[in-house]
Design a protein around this ligand. Structure first.
Ligand SMILES: Cc1cc2nc3c(=O)[nH]c(=O)nc-3n(C[C@H](O)[C@H](O)[C@H](O)COP(=O)(O)OP(=O)(O)OC[C@H]3O[C@@H](n4cnc5c(N)ncnc54)[C@H](O)[C@@H]3O)c2cc1C
Length: 443
């Protein structure tokens, strides 16, 4: 005789089994073959913008977007959410609402690429044949590559602005912080928004000042890089900010282990392999190691030796397959990976893809424009803008390396509107026109 609870467990198990079998058979029977003129892989910042551009030009269904996520996040807002200046829901919209109505959305992962056959297979087993493809798969966050980090993120004191799963914890930790080391890290991999690991540090420092806790906080920035920022003009400005605010920087230190029981973080000294620095933390903000998404990395014909989509840095066309273009973080473009860079790349992709579709010479060249609003507190921001050569390419006719309230207001209030209303609809291709106007055509 089965007890009541065993009966319940059996029923749940049977239901689970039936559901699984149904899912399995559904997946087996629903394998579909699609074909389209333009396939866009990834429906984030780059994918949405490209899809919007072409869906409005083409017939319904000519554009297919493969994107697994139900939700679309405006990731640049995560910095402000971590500082308690915005809510997570302010940064999020349903993917359905941001993709163009005229495009077909396959809510799935692209898992296998066969560029010689112009074909992509999805996780559910659907196949998509395309004439042209734009790849916009972003970056993968690899929290599991730091020993103990995944578990540590569930414990007090450890947080990360990089994921919607943890970003709201950052502000909770700022509020809870009483005293001790507040450590901020930068990993030993390419990252998206290279300024984000330190923006939250300046916000935390300001928060501690506002709430009378600053005297009790040692603020430490442990970065794998040999500089605080890749562009000299802004690096000098940021070094001054750190000096004025008594922030200690340990260059070339990479987080390799977190021991939440002891509240210790272990860093490898990259200039002296094998030597480690162990620090106690009260607060540990982690920027995780990142890579291109697994499914892309495994497509050896499409990627370079580091696993990024191998495109021409001038035209954004794939080096081997000329009907494939890349945009955004998943590419090997040697510039800082940001949404601002994506907007400028959009213009180049649009012009060159249009030309390729007509078998004409590719007319547009990307100069590597990227931008990073380096928020330095609750009312100040340095707006870094630069090109492939690390040369400033500033939009406004003033010294943008100065901390300014105006730039902060732009980051907080103007940029989100620009993103949702213009960029994702394919109407924002970067500030080049405004830069030229404001500089009287001189740059
Ligand atoms: C904390 C933080 C702060 C930032 N601050 C700024 C800032 O101030 N300014 C700025 O300009 N940028 C900032 N960024 C960076 C900016 O968000 C990214 O550079 C930008 O979103 C890149 O666009 P993307 O289209 O390349 O990638 P994403 O927007 O990340 O989109 C990639 C998409 O690909 C999808 N995908 C992944 N794998 C697959 C697959 N196998 N099949 C199909 N789809 C797949 C993903 O689900 C995702 O939707 C910040 C980012 C973070 C995390």
């Amino acid at each position: 005789m089965l007890s009541k609870s065993s009966k319940l467990a059996t029923t749940v198990a049977q239901e689970f089994f039936l559901r699984e079998r149904k899912c399995f058979s559904t997946a087996m029977t629903l394998k579909k073959k699609h074909s389209c003129k333009l396939l866009v892989v990834g429906g984030g910042s780059g994918g949405c913008s490209v899809a919007a551009k072409y869906a409005s030009k083409f017939q319904k269904g000519d554009v297919i977007v493969i994107e697994p996520s139900e939700k679309h996040y405006y990731q640049p807002m995560f910095t402000l959410i971590g500082g308690g200046m915005k809510k997570l829901e302010d940064s999020c919209k349903p993917t359905k609402s941001v993709l163009p109505k005229n495009a077909l959305w396959l809510k799935d992962y692209a898992v296998k690429f066969d560029p010689a056959k112009n074909q992509v297979i999805t996780k559910d087993g659907d196949s998509v044949e395309y004439e042209f493809m734009v790849m916009a798969m972003g970056l993968q966050l690899n929290f599991d590559q730091v020993d103990g980090l995944v578990d540590a993120l569930k414990t007090p004191g450890v947080c990360s602005n990089y994921s919607p799963a943890y970003v709201t914890k950052t502000y909770e930790e700022l509020k809870k912080f009483k005293e001790g080391n507040a450590i901020f890290t930068f990993p030993n991999t390419p990252v998206k928004c290279a300024g984000a690991p330190q923006k939250i540090m300046y916000i935390a420092e300001h928060y501690f000042r506002k709430t009378g806790k600053r005297d009790k906080a040692n603020i430490i920035y442990n970065t794998s890089l040999p500089v605080v920022f890749g562009v000299k003009k802004y690096a000098e400005a940021l070094m001054k900010v750190c000096e004025q605010r008594n922030i200690k920087i340990n260059m070339r230190h990479n987080l390799v282990k977190v021991l939440p029981d002891k509240k210790e973080a272990v860093f490898e000294n990259l200039d002296s392999p094998g030597s480690h620095l162990t620090l106690n933390y009260s607060l540990l903000h982690v920027s995780p190691p990142m890579s291109s998404p697994k499914q892309l990395k495994e497509s050896k014909e499409l990627v370079d030796s580091a696993g990024f989509l191998d495109v021409s840095k001038e035209t954004l066309q794939h080096k081997k397959y000329d009907n494939i273009f890349g945009i955004g973080d998943c590419t090997n473009l040697p510039t800082s990976k940001t949404g601002a860079a994506v907007a400028s790349q959009l213009k180049v992709v649009r012009m060159n893809l249009d030309a390729r579709m007509k078998n004409e010479k590719l007319p547009a060249t990307y100069l590597g424009y990227t931008s990073c609003p380096l928020v330095t507190g609750y009312n100040s921001c340095i707006l870094a803008e630069f090109d492939y050569n690390g040369q400033p390419l500033e939009t406004f006719p003033l010294d943008q390396s100065k901390e300014r309230l105006s730039m902060f207001m732009m980051k907080k209030y103007v940029m989100p509107h620009l993103y949702w209303s213009l960029m994702l609809r394919g109407y924002w291709e970067g500030p080049e026109v405004y830069r030229k106007l404001l500089h009287l055509g001189l740059c």
